[in-house]
Design a protein around this ligand. Sequence first.
Ligand SMILES: [Zn+2]
Length: 298
Amino acid sequence: MGKMYLCVEIGGTNLRYGVVEETFRLLEFDLLPSAGLSQAEDKGAYLEMLLAPLLEKYGKSSFRCLSLSLASLMDRERTICYNSPNIKGFDHLPLKAVLEKRMGLPVIMERDVNTSLLYEMWKNDLSREGIVVGVFIGTGLGNAMCIDGKVYTGSTGSSCELGHIPVPGLEESCGCGKKGCIELKACGKVLARIAKERYRCPVPEIFVRYGDREDVREVVQMCALATATEVAILDPACVILGGGVAKMQGFPLEYFRNTVAENLRIPNPRASLKIIPASGDAQAGIVGAAIHAGNQKL
Ligand SMILES: [Zn+2]
């Protein structure tokens, strides 16, 4: 068995892939729109074709495994994708078995929020002791947790659904199938709706142009309240704050930080609260997938 990692990140917009060394140095990196995979009838054949040049260049025996990072719900054993909201044909897909058969390599899958969190911990040289929480404000409100260096996936593999904690009085239905989830008030989708419908403003400019408006602030406030809830329960060593919304120009980081803090108990965890903005590196999911694979026994 080789020592390098062949990694793929399947996102809603982009499909990224590359080769990562044992030391997590990136050797190859490329990306293309995910639309091709979304339209492909045979997902396994598509991915095999995409990765063939890298397998040819380095030789299959150089690789320890194929490690996938996906924006998908999956089972506890990480073998089946239950549902991937932005990619067609991923419902109940036994992707691990499909790819192992085709590629002849062990296949590891993990949720993108978890691989991203592992990458940021590695990049920021964070201690593996204790709990580190990731909050990712993107299209939805993503969440991840790492305990003593290992991602926590829960007893059924469905932990860290921070976006789906209940909010009293909220009667709207959520994409997850239940009513009243905080994500209905706290994510990029809400911000995009406000930008388009109320301000007729390009979404990336919403904070710069309308960041002080109450409705825009409320989205950030709800993200902060969800974060404070998690911090109050876990008392983590730190919170990594990532996602496309948190990276947008004019994102009110101080307001976010203060809102989390004022909803925490005195003296701690209010005084000890540490929020680190994520790097936003394009290769985070790829290198994170390699780090995750490195933590696994194959
Ligand atoms: Zn929900």
